[in-house]
Structure formats: C-alpha cells, structure tokens
Design a protein around this ligand. Structure first.
Ligand code: URA
Length: 199
C-alpha cells in the first residue's frame, strides 16, 4: 500500500480528503503551483465531470474549469440543463480533475503524477458517489479506463471507477477545433438521455 493510498483511504469525508490531499508533499507539482484545486459544484450531483488538471486561471482561483475551457464547459452542460451552481441534485454538476496541482506550462501529467494522484481520485469519486461520470479528454480517459484515444472513445459509454462513464472531447480541444462541437453535442444528448433513463 502506498502512502497516497493510505492517506486517501483515511479520509471519511470530502473535507477530510481535501485536507489530507492538500497537505501531502509526495507530489513535486505542489511546489510550483499557487493553489490547491480540489473541486467545484454540488457533491449531491448525479453527474461528476473528471477533467485533467488546473490551468493558469484554475491555479489562480483554486477552482477547476474557471478559464476559457471552463466557460465553454458551463455553456455545454447548461444546454442540457446542468449547472455546477444548481442546488437541486437533478440539475447539478460536480467537477474535479485528475490532478489538483497545475503542471508547469500546462504540460501533460507524467505517469508517476497520474499514479500518485489516482488513489485520491478514486476516493474522491467514491465519497461523492455520482451515478454517471464524464471523462473529459484523454488524461481523464487514461485515469478512468487505462487507455487514451479520445477521438475513438468519445461518445461510447464505458465503465470507470465502478460507474457508467462517458468519454468526451475536452473543451480545450473544442476551442481549437470548433467543428468537433457537433460530436460533443451528440455526447451531451446521450448524457441527457441516460440521466432521463435513471428517472
Ligand atoms: N482543463 C481541465 O482539464 N481542468 C481544468 O480545471 C481546467 C482546464
């Protein structure tokens, strides 16, 4: 059992988890980051979005998806009636990332950084207990499914962290490739239909 696994398992609540994860010095990225970026939204949400890592604006504010990608993400999910600020669990979103500290220059997370973060991610998801997960982009797919290839994986329901999970293209990708928004819209409709099906 690694130290990260032991610490993550010791957390009985989300507040506990945030506290032990923020205090943990076993990840180099912590030294170069400004703020710990744990999560945003409503922990009662039925849908949890897993992203990659804080960017510049997220590092500044200590909240996930508050930069340009986050604004697009809010519009996308808003279009199917879901929002991180909704108090009602049916309309709510919970948002977190694979990494809680910003990688320098927004480089991809390294395999060792993924490995040490994963026990915290698993515990985080178990404590929230969402019914559905959106794996936002390649890094989240890797964390949840153990493989990359988002342009092939997107739109097909899989199982991640013991729950139904939908890989989607990352909003940062959609900002660079606006025509891909068409597929993202189909994926959002698939999520909305699945949520409807849960009743
Ligand atoms: N991209 C992510 O994957 N997560 C964030 O929080 C911001 C941008």
């Amino acid at each position: 059992v690694t130290q990260a696994e032991r610490l993550a398992a010791s957390a009985a609540t989300l507040d506990d988890l945030a506290a032990v994860q923020e205090a943990w010095d076993g990840i180099e990225l912590k030294k170069g980051a400004r703020n710990f970026c744990f999560a945003d939204g409503n922990p009662k949400a039925r849908v949890l979005i897993l992203g990659e890592a804080p960017g510049d604006e997220e590092d500044r504010q200590g909240r996930p998806f508050v930069g340009r990608s986050g604004q697009l993400l809010d519009r996308m999910f808003g279009a199917i009636g879901l929002s991180r600020s909704a108090a009602d669990a049916e309309r709510a979103l919970y948002i977190t990332n694979v990494l809680t500290w910003r990688p320098p220059g927004n480089r991809d997370p390294q395999p060792d950084e993924m490995a040490t973060s994963l026990p915290f991610v698993r515990r985080h998801i178990d404590l929230v207990g969402p019914e559905l997960i959106v794996l936002m982009g390649n890094i989240a797919c890797d964390a949840g499914l153990g493989r990359r290839g988002i342009l092939r994986l997107r739109g097909t329901w899989a199982e991640a962290f013991g729950r139904p999970a939908l890989p989607m293209t990352h909003p940062a990708y959609l900002l660079r490739n606006p025509p891909a928004k068409r597929e993202a819209w189909a994926d959002l409709l698939s999520l909305a239909a699945r949520l409807d099906g849960l009743g």
